[in-house]
Write a protein that binds this ligand. Structure first.
Ligand SMILES: Nc1ncnc2c1ncn2[C@@H]1O[C@H](COP(=O)(O)OP(=O)(O)OP(=O)(O)O)[C@@H](O)[C@H]1O
Ligand SMILES: CC(C)(CO)[C@@H](O)C(=O)[O-]
Ligand code: BAL
Length: 282
């Protein structure tokens, strides 16, 4: 695996690979890698991509300074995992490399409705920062296929819109299923910050999602939503949302509606750690 810290060098290297008929598969991450990230790398590798992963803790997408400062970092272990997974290139830039004119100088994108609900409403400025960094990364890496995880479902929709705004119709987007721990907790870098008692409770998010799915037949979402919210609060969580939406466009639904594909999404804090999860209803 080749490691690059400079955008221009990586760009030159990848241009050469494309001239030699390789397809670039790109997996952007913020590091502290786990098996969920590695599943994306392995997927790209299995699809015959020349596989590029980036690790960059992007300051502009953190609305909470403490969350940024305490985000787990484990670069040596990350490199080892990427090597094992068959990753071809790791891009490991500095903040200066990604924001050469400073973080204020970057172009921003308007994601409209998507930025006003759920993660957008609860993390002001978050998607603006995601748009800034993903547009910069796409410009450097110029991938054929971009690999993202369903755990960040709203982010996937925002990036889909970004791809439209940037006018990149040939860029293929692959969204991979959420990898979970044995008790159902979605794998997440932030899980590392959970204390043992917090970790023991954390699978409650997934259990709530499953109960929202199970109770859909003839059910009343408002009742199930309240049950989940009350249960989360009783167990010491601070829920931010327990939502049901049209999976095509994230229009929020006040009740189950079998005429559209549905997704249920939760965000809740346990102590200082903010966790999100979702499942598509079947
Ligand atoms: N459990 C998972 N299964 C599959 N893909 C995942 C999983 N967790 C994260 N990803 C995907 O990996 C990519 C990089 O995510 P990121 O580096 O933010 O990790 P993360 O675990 O989501 O971190 P955190 O939840 O703490 O923000 C994103 O596309 C994300 O959706
Ligand atoms: C897409 C991303 C790498 C942009 O910083 C980040 O939001 C993430 O890891 O999901
Ligand atoms: N995993 C999405 C990026 C973030 O939480 O900032």
């Amino acid at each position: 695996m080749v490691i690059f810290k400079e955008a221009a060098q990586l760009g030159d290297f990848l241009r050469h690979k494309v001239e030699n008929n390789l397809n670039i598969g790109f997996i952007p991450t913020m590091g502290a890698l786990h098996s969920g990230h590695i599943s994306l790398v392995k997927n790209a590798h299995a699809q015959g991509m020349f596989t590029v992963c980036s690790i960059f803790l992007n300051p502009t997408q953190f609305n909470d300074k403490k969350d940024y400062e305490q985000y787990p970092v484990s670069t040596d272990a990350d490199i080892e995992m990427l090597l094992q997974a068959g990753c071809d290139v790791l891009f490991l830039p500095s903040v200066e490399e990604m924001y050469p004119g400073g973080t204020d100088k970057m172009k921003t994108y308007d994601f409209g409705y998507l930025d006003t609900i759920l993660e957008g409403a609860n993390r002001p400025g978050h998607f603006k920062g995601v748009g800034q960094i993903v547009s910069r990364l796409l410009d450097i890496v110029k991938p054929h296929t971009l690999y993202l995880g369903q755990k960040d479902y709203q982010q996937c929709m925002v990036i889909k819109k970004l791809i439209e705004i940037l006018g990149l119709p040939s860029l293929n987007l692959v969204i991979s299923p959420t990898l979970r721990e044995q008790d159902g907790l979605a794998m997440s870098s932030r899980n590392r910050r959970l204390t043992e008692p917090q970790r023991a409770l954390a699978a409650l998010l997934y259990q709530c999602l499953v109960s929202i799915q199970t109770k859909q037949a003839g059910g009343n979402f408002a009742i199930v939503q309240k049950e989940c919210t009350d249960l989360l609060i009783a167990k010491g969580f601070t829920p931010e949302y327990v939502a049901l939406a049209d999976a095509n466009n994230l229009q929020l639904l006040s009740n189950y509606d079998n005429s559209v594909p549905m997704i249920t999404l939760i965000a809740a804090k346990i102590g200082e750690i903010r966790l999100i999860d979702n499942i598509l209803l079947q």
